[in-house]
Ligand binder design. Structure first.
Ligand code: ARG
Length: 455
């Protein structure tokens, strides 16, 4: 029968269904590195305050290193009683180190241990997600630079509105990713607190050294309140929120690329390596990466709402409910990591159909706002100018002439205004700060590069 680390006060062993229901080993195994790092710091801390001799310390540290090697090489043998990665590692350390191993858990609980491990895991993994986002921002910039002065319709309500540079459009998504990067870095800053030494909930009667442990582990500071230290999962909720919002940004990109690669738009073509075919329809080339970026955002939102519901109403301090923090976090990190890599490749290798984009943007009525602004420059109130141009658009729609003909014939507008309706002119007109035209775009490229350099 399985023998747990906590069997002392029990006469009967754990039932099979209890073990099956409560184990977290299948998913918390991925924290083994962090558990070993945390345990090594704890062991050094115990030795500093005289709770372990130098010999015992070295024996346990060597055992922890051996466990690390076994984990790395896949030779670590789990047993039925290994509830989670923490108990598995402690069991093995005791097998290797003998009685000294039995001192590893002195003044420590799985409650401060798991919180420590998870914070270490988050620090490393969230930074990795941030780095991947930076690569995606770079891919967007590269395509933006490649796009030169290619323009396409800018949309509101998915109705053609005004021409914008393709580079401007691509960088728009890059700015959103920039906020995601800074949000992740903020989250990392806030979670940079060591819970080690909080024990199960109340600290310890032994002379442990939480300040030294925090320092040893590279945390910015130790916890101030043991109850908060073991029960706080704000950092997981924040991380899962950050990842859900990244998912939403990726989903918006995905939706656009589904449209852009459709026959109806025909704005972009995907590289073969980043598109899929159909099992039945031989002609098909599908944007599955873009679709899954859109589809999986639902799951990322679900991970967030599920976690928040788990945390709601938990009394102080540790409750086993908290074990449910890990799967949503791990899943969100994994899904965002996979999505960013696939989308970055998709964007970096795609080609754009400038003719399709530009001819859609060259529709004469796209110049309507420029015509109204022409009248404003002559002193007409904007509302009046809006009505004058609107009336011309109405005539166009009624088949009374093209917009350029009607504009040229209108004494208020005339030939000079008619030039504004010509293909390719519209996009050059928007030059205010942050606007969609070439001059403003050149300034933006510099600030975009500064953002990347800052990250
Ligand atoms: N696997 C558990 C978790 O992730 C470990 C904590 C169990 N603690 C306890 N006091 N039973 O939260």
């Amino acid at each position: 029968q399985a023998k747990t680390l906590w069997h002392g006060r029990f006469t009967g062993g754990p039932s099979e269904s209890l073990l099956a229901y409560t184990v977290s080993l299948p998913y918390d195994q991925r924290m083994w590195r962090d558990d070993i790092i945390g345990s090594k710091a704890h062991v050094r801390g115990l030795a500093r305050v005289g709770l372990l001799t130098d010999d015992e310390r070295d024996t346990v540290l060597a055992a922890l290193d051996q466990v690390g090697v076994e984990m790395e090489t896949g030779s670590f043998a789990f047993t039925d009683s290994d509830e989670d990665i923490h108990t598995a590692i402690e069991r093995r350390v005791t097998e290797i180190a003998g009685p000294a191993g039995g001192k590893l858990h002195t003044a420590r609980s799985r409650n401060d241990q798991v919180a420590t491990d998870l914070r270490l895991w988050c620090k490393r993994e969230l930074r990795d997600v941030a780095l991947r986002l930076v690569e995606m921002q770079e891919a967007l910039l590269e395509q933006a630079l490649e796009a030169g002065d290619t323009y396409l319709p800018g949309y509101t309500h998915l109705q053609r509105a005004q021409p914008v540079l393709l580079s401007h459009h691509l960088m728009a998504h890059g700015w959103a990713l920039g906020r995601d990067v800074s949000r992740l870095l903020d989250t990392i800053d806030r979670l940079d607190v060591s819970p080690l030494g909080a024990g199960a909930l109340a600290g310890s009667s032994l002379p442990i050294d939480p300040v030294g442990n925090a320092d040893d582990l590279g945390f910015a500071k130790p916890f101030d309140n043991s109850l908060d230290a073991v029960s706080d999962r704000d950092f997981v909720a924040e991380a899962v929120f950050d990842l859900a919002l990244i998912g939403i940004h990726l989903s918006r990109i995905g939706e656009e690329w589904v449209l852009w690669t459709s026959g109806e738009f025909g704005f972009a073509r995907l590289d073969d390596g980043y598109s899929t075919g159909s099992s039945m329809l031989p002609q098909k080339k599908n944007p599955d990466i873009a679709e899954l970026a859109r589809g999986k955002s639902g799951r990322l939102i679900g991970n967030l709402t599920g976690l928040l519901a788990t945390l709601k109403g938990l009394p102080m301090a540790y409750n086993r409910d908290l074990q449910e923090d890990k799967e949503p976090l791990f899943d969100s990190v994994e899904q965002v990591t996979l999505a960013v890599a696939a989308l970055t490749g998709m964007i970096a290798t795609a080609t754009f159909n400038a003719d399709a984009m530009q001819s859609a943007a060259d529709e004469e009525t796209m110049a309507a706002t420029d015509l109204a602004e022409f009248l404003v420059r002559g002193g007409m109130p904007f509302r009046e100018a809006h009505a004058v141009v609107g009336a011309h658009v109405q005539k166009c729609l009624a088949g009374e002439g093209t917009l350029s003909e009607l504009v040229a014939a209108d004494p208020l507008l005339g030939d000079e205004a008619a030039l504004l309706v010509r293909p390719g002119v519209g996009v050059t007109m928007r030059s205010s700060r942050g606007a969609a035209g070439p001059e403003a775009r050149d300034v933006q490229v510099e600030s975009y590069r500064a953002m990347l350099a800052d990250e």
